[in-house]
Design a protein around this ligand. Sequence first.
Ligand code: MF3
Ligand code: CO
Ligand code: CO
Length: 268
Amino acid sequence: MSTRTESQPIIRIHKPADFECMRKAGQLTATLLDELVLAAKPGVTTAALDKLCVEFARDHKAIPATIGYRGYKYALCTSINHVVCHGMPNDKPLLDGDIVNIDVTLIVDGWYGDSSRMVNVGEVSRKAERLVEVTYECLMRGIAAVKPGGRLGDIGHAIQSFAEAERCSVVRDFCGHGLGQVFHDHPNVLHYGRPGEGVQLKPGMFFTIEPMINLGKPHVKVLADGWTAVTRDRSLSAQFEHTVAVTETGCEVFTYSPKGLHCPPYPA
Ligand code: MF3
Ligand code: CO
Ligand code: CO
């Protein structure tokens, strides 16, 4: 079933059985992220993390959604320091002091679970640590704005107002997205906006919220590899992502960490 709105073509309204499918996809994705955030230590390569993802997917009858997606070759995006998103895993070891976003999407029985978390690698600077804390709080404030009758602009405003009050900026060039049995569907979920504006939220809508927050200016450029997005001013950038649903009473988060590894610091 679908609903039509002024500003977006079609937004699918999912039924209760679909929620059960998303719980499975979301929980498997979050279980994998629990392993990944514990594995991301100084000296470990992002290619090794990617391999861990491929093997986990194989062992759990899941498919990494990004392999082959628009020519992308990896199971993960690993975005380090001033990389905003879509960093490609490689053979360089993570370094003490890096902050890295690990973004993974698993397809389970045809349903997409999409989530990302930051890792503080070893000891990071206080400003990096603060950016990661602010970004996590942005995601949680965005989630707190999800309720039936609310609007997408309420989510964007919750994120933007907090980020800017903390003297950080919100990346405009990438957004969250509807998903379900499709990876990137309507609506676009902007991480900035005005309360009361945009698409009205209805029970059964599934989408991601995935704010990218910079310590400097919001501007981004994509490198010559066609994927890696970096801050133009080379300031640090951070991101967290959850897959959520609008429910009759508020919001359900499909990708919560089963081990409670929601954000740094993670146990050694
Ligand atoms: N997981 C990303 C998202 O949150 C999408 C990455 S697409 C890729 O939407 F091709 F860059 F992997
Ligand atoms: Co996403
Ligand atoms: Co993602």
